[in-house]
Design a protein around this ligand. Structure first.
Ligand SMILES: [Zn+2]
Length: 467
């Protein structure tokens, strides 16, 4: 035993107590204060200048102008800066470790996964919630329901698969191929468990889905991707080449969806949108996904995107290369999607920001681009922001904890260098990300990711063959 005198021990204990306990008037590292920024709380209320946000144990303890700063707290000076809620991406496919910091660095503090390995997602959701992995809060759908997945899981029906997913503890159910009758059964199972059902509604050609109208009538709660809405608003079939194969994805997206703009009737778009609004069906158009996958496919601009260094090299794609004429056709289709998005917003529909990242839509970066598309469509920056915060929190039934900055909610927020209500691209100018009260520096997160996974994911585990 080491020879420690009683006075020495006492001095050490007192020093330790002084460091750790607020009673001794020293730094209490468990209280964080953000002082002086302009608060945009996400509720739609006007911004409030010179606010104080007091954060303790991962939650907002006090918030507003004129709040006192508790003595001894760790203080972040946010004067001249803007504070918004942490962003939520409602459509990701999240099961790789290289994604954690990329979403966080871009201010995405929660994600909703729309389809992947159920075991992997359940584990990931649990590890993140327990604080063992630094990553966005995760909400999951598990495997999407379609005839292929029902068969792969050795189940007899879509209903049985819905029951299994509910039992596993998913946060919602996604469908990607079904008949209206099957959809009614899935909806029945999901609603009985207080879960919503969402998914693709087409392509109708090739019989992969019933289309938007029938899906809405059968009780679907949300439509992912603007394609399904436009597809059901065509007044005739898209003219396709003789060798068109409705089961070839490159053909579907090049010849069918890419050229659908020539046959879409805006009045029919309006009719479907009104049906969605009347039936409380949300709309997540995922515009950035179509822009990056098709409108900007194979352009020097996207191929030289500096953020690609954080992204592992793409798997071989089922899409062929696009030339200028393919892109131009898609640009016209995307314009119709923007128009449909604006019409939906004008009709007071429940608009949702989701990206379908990773993939051509880059994880994290793409959620800002989706908000920029909403603004380009004619929607205000405030409403675009809400689509990625409060609306998405409501979608996952978490608006009592997330989505706005209020007393008692989780301390998930972004400190921005510019005013996003003046220019929505200012959401990209992130000074700090706070998740669950933890202060994160975006530049450090990105550097760490590059160090761990290498340029274009060359050191990424899941990409190397191993047993
Ligand atoms: Zn998806």
């Amino acid at each position: 035993m080491r020879n420690i005198t009683t006075p020495m021990l006492l001095t050490w204990l007192l020093a330790a107590a002084a460091f750790y306990s607020p009673l001794w008037g020293q730094t209490d590292t468990s209280v964080l204060v953000i002082q002086g920024g302009t608060l945009i709380d996400g509720s739609g209320a006007p911004p409030v200048a010179n606010t104080v946000i007091v954060i303790e144990d991962g939650h907002i303890l006090q918030i507003g102008a004129g709040e006192a700063v508790p003595p001894g707290a760790q203080v972040i000076n946010a004067s001249g800066k803007y504070i918004i809620p942490g962003l939520i991406d409602s459509h990701v496919h999240y099961d790789m470790p290289w994604l954690h910091r990329l979403y966080l660095a871009n201010g995405v503090t929660s994600v909703r996964d729309l389809g992947g390995s159920i075991e992997r997602l359940l584990t990931l959701r649990q590890e993140i919630a327990a604080g063992n992995i630094l990553a966005p809060r995760m909400f999951i759908s598990g495997m999407p329901i379609n005839p292929g997945s029902v068969k792969a899981m050795n189940l007899s029906s879509a209903r049985e698969m819905a029951e299994k997913l509910v039992e596993a503890g998913v946060d919602g159910i996604k469908v990607t191929g079904y008949t209206p009758d099957e959809l009614r059964e899935i909806v029945e199972v999901a609603h009985a468990a207080d879960l919503i059902v969402y998914g693709h509604t087409g392509p109708k050609r090739g019989n992969r889905g019933p289309g938007a109208r029938l899906a809405i009538e059968a009780g679907l709660d949300g439509i992912e991707h603007a394609l399904g809405v436009l597809e059901d608003a065509m007044d005739r079939d898209v003219p396709v080449p003789d060798d068109y194969d409705p089961f070839n994805r490159d053909h579907i997206f090049r010849h069918w969806y890419g050229r659908m703009h020539s046959v879409v009737d805006p009045d029919l778009v309006q009719t479907i949108i009104q049906m969605m609004v009347d039936d409380d069906v949300y709309f997540a158009p995922t515009l950035v996904n179509f822009d990056r996958n098709f409108v900007k496919r194979n352009t020097p601009e996207t191929e030289a995107d500096p953020n690609l260094k954080y992204i592992p090299e793409e798997e071989p794609s089922f899409f062929g290369r696009f030339g200028p004429s393919d892109r131009e056709e898609w640009r016209k289709t995307l314009e119709l999607m923007l128009d449909a998005t604006f019409r939906f917003h004008q009709a007071e529909g429940f608009l949702i920001a989701g990206t379908d990242s990773p993939g051509a839509a880059l994880p994290g970066w793409s959620l800002h681009q989706e908000m920029q598309f909403f603004v380009e469509a004619g929607i205000s920056p405030m409403e675009a922001l809400k689509s990625a915060t409060l609306n998405n929190a409501k979608l996952i039934n978490q608006d009592h904890l997330l989505g706005t900055l209020e007393t008692g909610k989780f301390a998930d927020l972004l400190i921005l260098d510019g005013d996003p209500l003046q220019d929505i691209t200012n959401t990209e100018k992130i000074h700090r990300v706070i998740k669950n009260g933890m202060v994160l520096n975006p530049a450090t997160l990105l550097e760490d990711n590059l160090r761990q996974f290498g340029n274009r994911g060359e050191r990424h585990f899941d990409r190397t063959e191993r047993n």
